[in-house]
Design a protein around this ligand. Structure first.
Ligand SMILES: Cc1cc2nc3c(=O)[nH]c(=O)nc-3n(C[C@H](O)[C@H](O)[C@H](O)COP(=O)(O)OP(=O)(O)OC[C@H]3O[C@@H](n4cnc5c(N)ncnc54)[C@H](O)[C@@H]3O)c2cc1C
Length: 380
C-alpha cells in the first residue's frame, strides 16, 4: 500500500481560478494513482469530509477553513491503448492537464476533442460536467472511466453511458443544492478518437463551423481548428491568462436555462433559444393487462427549450463589467456569464454578486439561473 502524501495545507484560493477558498484542515497531493487510491481509502475509512481538486477551474469554495481533507489530483500520463483502423483509444490519467491532452491529440492527428481547446482544468474532471465548447462535448468521445467508487472502495470500469452525461452534468456532479448521485474519484479515462492525420478535414457540426466562420464544405486541419478556437476564446477571456483579470473566473458561472416551451414563449422574442433534442421515435408501452382498447395521447409533444443566460443577464440591466458598490467581484468585461475576481475578492463577495444577478433576472424574467460551478461551503 502506498504512503498517503500529505502536504502542508495552503488556502484553496491559491488553487482555484476564482481565487477564493479557505485553508482545509488537511491536504494531500496524489501524484500516482496508487497514492490517490491510498488517500481516498484512508479518508473514507475515517469518515471525514473530503474534496477532490483538479485544476480548481469549476469550484467556488467558501472563505471558512474547509473542515476536512482536500485531495489534489496530480497524476499525469497519456497512453495509446488500442488502434482499430482509424479509431484510436487513449487512456489518460485524471490529473493530466486537459489542454495539454488536446494539444497532444491535435499533434498526433487525432480528431474528436480539438474544439475543446483552451478549457482549463484536468482530464479527470472533464466527464464530471461533460465539458463542451462550440457544440463538441466529451460525451462524443468518452468510452469509459476508471472510477474509485466510494460505495465499494474499489476501482471499477464505468462506461460513459453509466455516467449519464448530459448538458453540463453527469451522475458524478454535485449541483447546487443537490449532492452527486454517485460519489467517487475518477482515476483515468479512455477516449476514442479518429485518426485523420495532418491533412485537412471537413468540420462536423454547424455550431463549430459557425464559430470558426467556415462554409459547410470548407476543409481545414486540426491544428487550424485548435489555433482558431484558442484565439476566439482568448478574446472572450475564456483562456486562463495571469495578465488578464477577466480570466480569474470559473468560465460561465450560470448555465443556460432549460425551460418549458410554453414558458419560453413568455420571454421576449429576441432572447436566443435552442430547442433541446426530442426523441422522435420514442415508443409508448402499454402493459397488456391494462390495455382497454384506447391509446392515451403522448404526455407532451413539446420539447424543452434552452435559453441564453447571458442574454437574460444583460437584459436584466447587468452589462459586462457590472459590479456592486465596493465589491472586488464583477462580471467579466468580455463575457456576461463569467463572474470574476478583480483582486482579493472573497467567496462571500462572489456569492453576493451571483445572488444579485439571480434576483435581477428572476424579477425581470421569472426564472432562477442555476450556477454551473460546484459550490463548496457557499450559499446562494
Ligand atoms: C476561463 C475558463 C473557461 C472555461 N470554459 C469552459 C468551457 O468552455 N466548457 C466547459 O464545459 N467548462 C469550462 N470551464 C469550466 C472548467 O474548466 C471545467 O469544468 C473543467 O473540466 C474543470 O476541471 P478542473 O480540473 O479544474 O476541476 P475542479 O474545478 O478542480 O473540480 C470540479 C469538480 O470536479 C470534481 N473533480 C475534479 N477532479 C475529479 C476527479 N478526478 N474525480 C472525481 N471528481 C473530480 C471536483 O471535486 C469538483 O466537484 C471554464 C473555466 C474557466 C476558468
Amino acid at each position: 500500500m502506498s504512503a498517503v502524501p500529505d502536504i502542508d495545507p495552503i488556502p484553496l484560493a491559491a488553487l482555484t481560478t476564482l481565487r477564493a477558498g479557505g485553508t482545509p484542515e488537511r491536504m494531500i497531493e496524489a501524484t500516482t494513482s496508487d497514492e490517490l487510491v491510498a488517500a481516498m481509502t484512508e479518508i473514507w475509512a475515517s469518515g471525514e469530509p473530503w474534496l477532490v481538486v483538479g485544476g480548481g477551474s469549476n469550484l467556488l469554495i467558501g472563505d471558512e477553513p474547509f473542515d476536512g481533507t482536500a485531495v489534489l489530483v496530480r497524476t499525469r500520463g497519456i497512453e495509446r491503448v488500442a488502434t482499430d483502423g482509424d479509431r484510436v483509444r487513449l487512456r489518460v490519467q485524471a490529473g493530466h492537464d486537459w489542454d495539454d491532452l488536446v494539444a497532444y491529440t491535435v499533434a498526433e492527428g487525432l480528431a474528436g476533442i480539438e474544439a475543446m481547446s483552451g478549457i482549463p482544468g484536468t482530464a479527470g474532471a472533464a466527464p464530471i460536467q461533460n465539458v463542451g465548447a462550440y457544440g463538441q462535448e466529451i460525451v462524443e468521445t468518452l468510452v469509459e472511466v476508471e472510477l474509485l467508487d466510494e460505495s465499494t472502495g474499489e476501482v471499477e470500469t464505468v462506461t460513459a453511458a453509466e455516467l449519464e452525461l448530459g448538458f453540463r452534468t453527469s451522475v458524478l456532479k454535485a449541483h447546487y443544492g443537490a449532492g452527486a448521485r454517485r460519489t467517487g474519484v475518477i482515476v483515468s479515462l479512455t477516449l476514442e478518437l479518429t485518426d485523420v492525420g495532418a491533412g485537412e478535414i471537413r468540420v462536423r457540426g454547424s455550431q463549430l463551423r459557425q464559430a470558426l466562420a467556415l462554409a459547410a464544405d470548407a476543409e481545414v486541419s486540426l491544428a487550424w481548428i485548435r489555433d482558431t478556437v484558442l484565439a476566439t476564446r482568448a478574446r472572450k477571456g475564456m483562456v486562463l491568462d495571469a495578465e488578464d483579470p477577466d480570466t480569474a473566473s470559473a468560465g460561465s458561472f450560470f448555465q443556460n436555462a432549460i425551460v418549458s416551451a410554453s414558458f419560453a414563449r413568455t420571454l421576449p422574442d429576441e432572447c436566443p433559444r435552442w430547442p433541446l433534442r426530442v426523441e422522435v421515435d420514442s415508443v409508448q408501452v402499454i402493459p397488456l393487462d391494462s390495455y382497454d382498447g384506447l391509446v392515451p395521447p403522448p404526455a407532451s409533444e413539446q420539447s424543452d427549450v434552452k435559453v441564453s443566460a447571458a442574454w437574460l443577464i444583460e437584459h436584466a440591466g447587468l452589462g459586462k463589467g457590472f459590479r456592486l458598490p465596493r465589491s472586488r467581484a464583477s462580471l467579466s468585461t468580455k463575457h456576461a456569464l463569467a463572474l470574476t475576481n478583480r483582486g482579493g475578492a472573497s467567496a462571500a463577495e462572489l456569492a453576493e454578486l451571483a445572488r444579485y444577478i439571480q434576483q435581477r433576472v428572476q424579477s425581470e424574467f421569472g426564472l432562477i439561473l442555476q450556477p454551473e460551478p460546484v459550490l463548496v461551503n457557499v450559499e446562494l
